[in-house]
Design a protein around this ligand. Structure first.
Ligand code: SAT
Ligand code: MN
Length: 598
């Protein structure tokens, strides 16, 4: 328990409203984790996996109406509508609280309310940030145990008056005597994921899945933290963090912003195909970055685990993730083999003879259905990753040398482009676009602008967010700033086949970036940025046609000219909050394209 008056008041207030049968203060212990698993098994939420195949692991299958983040039910409730900006749903904070209070009223009846004190970032680190999530879901408690640092030590750091983000979560399905609990209780009709950035509060109702419910992740570490970062002069970004080591043992740190389900986890754990090169992992989803006393931008991973997309993950695409998830993990919406192990599309070339699919139905190859949901996930402790960097919990963070932006683009966008400078790099990030994936509810494969991969995660006006990016550069000398790159692993040929093999071969692009940072590799100026000169990309040992390479590095002048009005249209949305620097970057791009010989 705690002597923190405001925390005790918060718990009392919420329990008065939600009226749970019991309150459980989480201590973060292994016994507590095991208790959550037992509760989930008893309730039919989870099945324990075959201990000899995957020790201490469980399968969970959600309600089919609760399988991904719900962006259209996600709100930023700032006092002024303009502060939420055009990319967020806005609601008046007091009106939203009135609406939600009715829904939360009695919403935990028959259930236990868990009080989860958690730290984003190493407990006690000066860059870490504390939150307390109140939830009625044992699934959330178990996942938070893996994804964050939970427990008594967090209360100790909080002391009697420390600041914390207040998170309130309910699956919105009170229990009464009339019937048994659902295996995955939720309230599909009334989902609300609401953020109150000014008071650092999160109220989430109706969904138990991923980023909707594990409030430390997108809600706290991105939506609330982005506002805090703006106020305090640092950055909260949707980025992986990796450590790249060359054959001489020299180290460079790289972050990368890609939309959900575009390969951040794979890139963060990549196994280079070029002999002597190595990648180690710091984080796979979120980076908090602050300038250190040396003027370098330093990043920490606020999370303690990976909530990775399962389908497509295999020993070939991401051996390290497969090894990390070999024990003590939670598998959500995957399929189950007759041996009690897990399976998903892309895990093996050969499909198992029979499975129980994510909807608990018998499944056989060729039955015409996917066995795992496309947004099926594994939750795994980061420390189980075989290539986790020894310094991944360094409270001072790691100094960042390069920042990547990217997304899925079938055409136009080359394999890699280097920004001319920080301002141009900010422009590249602000125009980032990608074809949508299954990580969010809605249509898959639609092209959308996703600036800095933060479209669903920026807690304030995105025009102001761009201004914040630009302003960050004034905090240090230009030479100390990370270089910025735009990459695209997903360019296709006319037949729709991927031109680039991706995965481990992406190290060839990373190597060029490493050498650029070191001043050792050559680039050529083009209208859209700097590209590798012919021969600068190390392609030794890679079977790829010259034609494919030419296409991957081609600057499609006509394609880019057609892109300019689309960027203009995208920028119009931000009105007078779009920094003039980005307007001028766009006109410079236009000029360069107009002067180019196609
Ligand atoms: O469900 S999450 O938001 O945690 C995963 C993602 O979309 O990146
Ligand atoms: Mn993500």
């Amino acid at each position: 328990m705690t002597k923190h008056k405001k925390l005790v008041e918060f718990v009392e207030q919420v329990s008065g409203m939600c009226r749970p049968d019991r309150i459980h203060w989480c201590d973060g212990s292994e016994q507590e984790y095991q208790l959550m698993i037992r509760l989930m098994v008893q309730a039919g939420t989870a099945i324990v996996m075959n201990q000899s195949k995957r020790p201490n692991s469980i399968f969970v299958r959600s309600d089919p109406l609760d399988v991904a983040r719900v962006e259209d039910r996600t709100y930023i409730c700032s006092s002024l509508k303009e502060d939420a900006g055009p990319t967020n749903n806005w609601a008046d904070p007091s009106e939203m609280k009135a609406t939600l209070s009715k829904l939360f009223d009695g919403s935990m009846k028959g259930r236990t309310m868990y009080v989860i004190p958690y730290s984003m970032g190493p407990t006690g680190s000066p860059i870490a940030n504390i939150g307390v999530e109140l939830t009625d879901s044992p699934y959330v408690v178990a996942n938070m145990h893996i994804m964050t640092r939970v427990g008594t030590q967090v209360l100790e750091v909080l002391g009697t008056d420390g600041e914390f983000v207040r998170g309130l979560h309910s699956v919105g399905a009170p229990l009464d005597e009339s019937g048994p609990d659902a295996p995955w209780p939720c309230n599909a009709q009334h989902k609300y994921i609401c953020h109150f950035p000014e008071t650092r509060e999160i109220w989430s109702f109706g969904s138990g899945y991923g980023g909707n419910a594990l409030l430390g992740k997108k809600c706290h570490s991105l939506r609330i933290a982005s506002v805090q970062a703006r106020d305090e002069g640092w950055m909260a970004e949707h980025m992986l963090i990796l450590k790249l080591i060359n054959p001489k043992g020299l180290v460079r740190y790289v972050t990368g912003a890609f939309p959900s389900a575009c390969g951040k986890t794979n890139l963060a754990m990549l196994i280079p195909t070029i002999p002597g090169w190595r990648v180690e992992t710091i984080g796979d989803d979120i980076a908090w970055m602050k300038f250190g006393p040396d003027g370098r931008l330093r990043a920490i991973n606020p999370e303690a685990g990976f909530f990775g997309v399962a389908p497509g993950t295999s020993v070939l695409s991401n051996l390290n993730a497969i090894l990390a998830a070999s024990q003590h993990s939670i598998f959500t919406n995957c399929a189950i083999t007759p041996e009690g192990d897990v399976w998903w599309e892309g895990m093996s070339d050969e499909e198992p003879r029979e499975l129980s699919d994510w909807l608990r139905r018998p499944w056989t190859p060729g039955c015409g259905r996917k066995a795992a949901h496309p947004n099926a996930r594994f939750t795994t402790p980061a420390k189980q990753c075989p290539v986790i960097a020894p310094e991944w919990e360094d409270p001072n963070g790691v100094p960042i040398d390069a920042i990547l932006f990217g997304g899925r683009r079938a055409n136009i966008v080359p394999l890699v482009t280097e920004a001319f400078d920080w301002q141009h790099g900010t422009f590249l990030g602000s125009t980032a676009s990608s074809e949508t994936t299954a990580a969010a509810a809605g249509k898959v494969g639609q092209l959308r602008r996703d600036p800095m991969a933060m479209l669903p995660f920026c807690g304030y006006h995105m025009g102001d967010y761009f201004a914040h990016w630009l302003k960050m550069s004034s905090r240090t000398d230009a030479v100390k700033l990370p270089r910025i790159y735009y990459v695209n692993w997903f360019r296709q040929d006319a037949q729709g086949k991927f031109l680039w093999p991706g995965y481990g071969e992406n190290c060839r692009v990373l190597k060029w970036i490493f050498e650029r940072v070191n001043g050792e590799a050559d680039a050529i100026d083009t209208p859209i940025g700097r590209l590798p000169v012919p021969g600068a990309l190390d392609l030794s040992g890679l079977k790829i046609s010259q034609q494919a390479i030419d296409e991957l590095l081609r600057v499609d002048i006509d394609g880019w000219r057609a892109e300019v009005p689309l960027i203009k249209q995208h920028f119009e949305m931000f009105g007078d909050r779009l920094p003039r620097e980005l307007h001028s970057e766009l006109s410079r791009l236009e000029d360069r394209l107009n002067n180019a010989i196609p």
